[in-house]
Design a protein. Structure first.
Length: 576
């Protein structure tokens, strides 16, 4: 094992090959560590551009070249790791060559910064990657000149940094929640401290939300009719202005993590824009709420006993936004820990995580349909009381339980729940992200589906195509599984497509019979009663008037009444 405490110390290089950016950290034998700078920045874009002659440019050179011919550009090789080959322009390139080109730039900068020294190399990868993906990553590193790389799961590297570099107390049996919010993806992990180091208990996340979604929301918020030629460029100048706009928006977003306002100028239009932190938080809230819900759901499933949570650690560049920590603190009741440069955590932590190395020969837990859950035997045995109750249905260890297609919402890579899509590399096919066929964790069973999120957009800024239409709904943030079985070597069993069911014709509409209105009875009697009522209404005031008239002439009431009766009988002809 490299850097054995009993042996001589050696130089070490930790590399975090990310979806959008790659970060490398160098560590000297005396314990000093610093990031490897590429073009003056610790972030190397993981992008690749193929020249017509077949040469591969990486990093910012690739991003700049993409303005000339976006079809030769691949911004996210990590998403294409299962594709075998990638078409760039009119040439196909093995995906291992694209990844190797990015890592070769890291090796070049290492020798420029440190000298001709062969380091102990550690590479990080998602905890859900299987043996095939890990083997391909190790092969790409070897081709790039990074010999005999050791692989470490990303959340394990972050938890190691939390305990070893920050000096946080993480007793054996406790867990650390790693909230990894990067430029293009988000992952939440529950990592347990065991006697041998750290192991991943559970992980969930989204491959289609990140800091780029917040950039897209800002651009859409500031958009006006005059921006159309920038957001839908047709010339090289407009593409350059578009790239400049997205860079300025990203820089303004990062400044608002430290200041209350930021200003920048829209290229081509010479328009000054003033953006405040309140506006940023309002625009970022839909994305951040999703990350909080995912983390909450993961903790509910883990069902941690009281006092087992050692801390919540924020990593990834997008975690700098102050609202991230505020929302998590409010919902989880635990103040998260975030450092000034959270994007460096995984790379440096991987150097120290010797006890949690992954091999390329044995399969590791992989993505399981929509909710990705990882269960490790040693970690569970060390926690004891964290195991599920006997009443929970636990499938056989050799059984895999696929998720029925009927209850899985469609998942569209490259989408979020924000405004319409804005994609800077329209001709680059970067929407691929499929489950690892080598993954061996059985798919959990779902009791019920949570509400589906609204239609989300592309995250990556676009270089030459118009705004994309709204996408279908993304998958639910999380779903409550009943149990997570552990398997030894069986791959995830895919569900066969559902049988096509013939649609029955709708029943013919039958006209309801017309109901006959019931006949009214006793109409003449009601008529007589009505006429009698009118007669009484007329006769009473007339009789009163006649009586009053007679009384006024000196007649008695009795005499006036008799005269009135005689007059009525005379009028009706009833008097003899």
């Amino acid at each position: 094992m490299a850097n054995d405490p009993g042996g001589p110390k050696r130089h070490a290089l930790g590399v975090d090959f990310g979806t959008s950016n790659t970060v490398a950290v160098a560590r000297w034998p005396d314990g000093r560590a610093r990031p490897i700078l590429v073009d003056g920045s610790p972030l190397l874009p993981s992008a690749v551009y193929a020249e017509p002659g077949g040469q591969l440019n990486v990093g910012r050179d690739a991003v700049h070249s993409a303005r000339l011919d976006p079809a030769r550009f691949e911004p996210n090789p990590k998403r294409r790791i299962d594709d075998g080959t990638v078409l760039l322009g009119d040439q196909e390139f093995p995906i291992v060559d694209l990844i190797s080109a990015v890592l070769a730039r890291v090796a070049e900068e290492w020798h420029r910064a440190v000298g001709p020294v062969l380091p102990d190399v550690t590479l990080t990868c998602p905890a859900t990657w299987g043996a095939a993906r890990r083997t391909l990553l190790a092969e790409a590193a070897a081709r790039a000149g990074l010999e005999r790389p050791r692989l470490v799961a990303e959340p394990v590297a972050a938890a190691t940094y939390f305990a070893e570099v920050l000096g946080r107390d993480v007793p054996i049996g406790s867990v650390v929640v790693v909230h990894d919010f990067g430029a293009g993806t988000f992952d939440a992990s529950v990592v347990a401290r065991t006697a041998s180091g750290f192991e991943v208990l559970a992980v969930d996340g989204r491959d289609d939300i990140g800091g780029l979604d917040i950039d897209a929301a800002i651009v859409e918020h500031l958009r006006t009719d005059e921006w159309q030629r920038i957001l839908e460029p047709t010339t090289i100048e407009e593409r350059r202005a578009r790239r400049q706009l997205w860079d300025d928006v990203r820089i303004a977003k990062e400044r608002l993590s430290r200041a209350q306002s930021a200003d920048f100028v829209v290229p081509l239009l010479d328009t000054e824009v003033h953006l405040t932190r309140d506006e940023l938080e309002k625009l970022a809230r839909p994305v951040l709420d999703q990350t909080v819900r995912i983390t909450q759901g993961l903790l509910r499933w883990a069902d941690l006993p009281e006092g087992r949570l050692a801390g919540v650690f924020l990593v990834g560049g997008a975690s700098r936004i102050p609202l991230v920590a505020t929302l998590l603190h409010r919902e989880l009741g635990e103040a998260p820990v975030v450092i000034e440069q959270p994007e460096l955590v995984v790379a440096e932590g991987s150097i120290l995580a010797d006890a949690a190395l992954l091999t390329t020969g044995a399969a590791a837990p992989g993505p399981t349909a929509e909710l990705r859950l990882v269960s490790t035997g040693r970690a569970e045995s060390s926690l004891g009381t964290m195991e599920k109750a006997d009443s929970d249905p636990v499938p056989d260890e050799s059984e895999t339980v696929p998720v029925p297609r009927s209850i899985v919402a469609q998942h569209i890579p490259g989408t979020t729940g924000l405004q319409p899509a804005v994609d800077p590399w329209p001709d680059a096919d970067h929407g691929h992200w499929v489950p690892d066929p080598q993954a061996t964790v059985a798919t959990p069973r779902f009791e019920a589906l949570p509400p589906v999120h609204p239609p989300p957009p592309d995250r990556t800024p676009s270089g030459s195509r118009p705004m994309s239409p709204a996408r279908p709904p993304a998958r639910p943030v999380s779903a409550p599984p009943q149990a997570v079985p552990r398997t030894r070597s069986q791959p995830v069993t895919p569900m066969p497509p559902p049988a096509r069911v013939a649609k029955a014709k709708p029943p013919a509409r039958v006209k309801a019979p017309k109901q006959r209105r019931p006949r009214r009875r006793g109409g003449f009697g009601r008529f007589l009663k009505l006429m009698f009522s009118f007669a009484v209404m007329i006769a009473v005031p007339v009789a009163a008037a006649v009586l009053a008239y007679g009384y006024g002439n000196g007649d008695s009431i009795e005499e006036s009444a008799r005269n009135l009766v005689r007059d009525i009988l005379d009028i009706t002809g009833m008097r003899e």
